[in-house]
Design a protein around this ligand. Structure first.
Ligand SMILES: [Zn+2]
Length: 283
């Protein structure tokens, strides 16, 4: 199944090209957008905002997050709950990039609701249809269940991680595409970002000097934070949970490159073969 994915930047680049053409006669052409800006964007809960860097404890291990507008933002677009941060030692174990040990949805059934105020709800129904066509996970509209996902308007694209046990949210700003929504559902199912895998250094180099200040934590291996987890298969450059080479770049230079130094594109069209096999093991 093909799911269209149009980022707001892709639209910007497209419009930029159109205006470049239409303005060329009066010499008002603007410089072309850098190539990497035409790529889909990695998700952020609060674009252009950074919060106070805080350290808490999750599953008995230290974890760094940013507090922005009262939310505990981890890896850019994951919202940790107060309950998760309060989990005592020996409790939850942090999930791996494509697998996890807690917070799964029983029988792979996710109960959900869509806030009537959310514009363009086809992003949600399209993302749900994609997950159902490509995984054993099923989505059922919530009736009286206490644990469910509500899709609602947000400042950016963000999600809680795993099943929290109560109402949890996937927040979608107008720029969040169907592909971004598929990604956020991945977090709600318990998936972390592919580049935080324990074994990622065998596949990529992280160019810390090019990362926007305040976003370095988006590139931290979960094992560096002391978490256990499960990684399935090899690092998947095509994963919908993987950043692109230029994600969170401060200077237009890459933040992640392959071991041979080459760059790669971010993918927000749909689940990769690796995503599917990982989620099959989980669910
Ligand atoms: Zn994410």
């Amino acid at each position: 199944m093909q799911v269209p994915s149009f980022s707001i930047l892709a639209y910007s680049a497209l419009f930029g090209t159109i205006s470049l053409t239409s303005c060329s006669k009066d010499q008002q052409a603007r410089p072309a957008q850098p190539e990497q800006q035409a790529q889909a964007q990695a998700e952020l809960a609060y674009p252009n905002q950074t919060g106070e860097l805080k350290t808490g404890e999750w599953g008995g291990q230290p974890v760094s997050y940013q507090e922005i507008n009262g939310d505990k933002v981890y890896e850019g677009d994951i919202l940790l709950t107060s309950e998760q941060l309060a989990t005592s030692a020996g409790g939850q174990q942090r999930p791996g990039s494509a697998g996890r040990t807690t917070g799964r949805w029983p029988s792979g059934v996710v109960y959900y609701a869509i806030d009537p105020a959310l514009p363009n709800q086809a992003r949600v129904t399209g993302a749900i249809a994609h997950w159902q066509a490509n995984s054993p996970v099923r989505f059922v509209q919530r009736t009286t269940q206490t644990a469910f996902v509500t899709f609602r308007v947000g400042s950016g694209c963000s999600s809680n991680i795993g099943r929290t046990g109560s109402q949890q949210y996937i927040n979608l700003a107008s720029g969040c595409s169907t592909g971004n929504t598929i990604h956020e559902i991945g977090h709600a199912l318990g998936l972390f970002h592919e580049q935080t895998r324990a074994d990622r250094d065998a596949f990529v180099n992280i160019l810390t000097q090019n990362i926007q200040s305040g976003y370095e934590g988006n590139f931290t291996k979960y094992t560096d934070l002391g978490y256990g987890g499960t990684d399935f298969g090899a690092l998947d450059f095509g994963s919908i949970m993987m950043y692109g080479s230029f994600s969170f770049s401060s200077n237009g230079q890459p933040t992640i490159v392959k071991k041979d130094g080459s760059t790669f594109n971010i993918q927000r069209t749909g689940l990769s073969a690796g995503d599917k096999s990982g989620i099959d093991v989980m669910y």
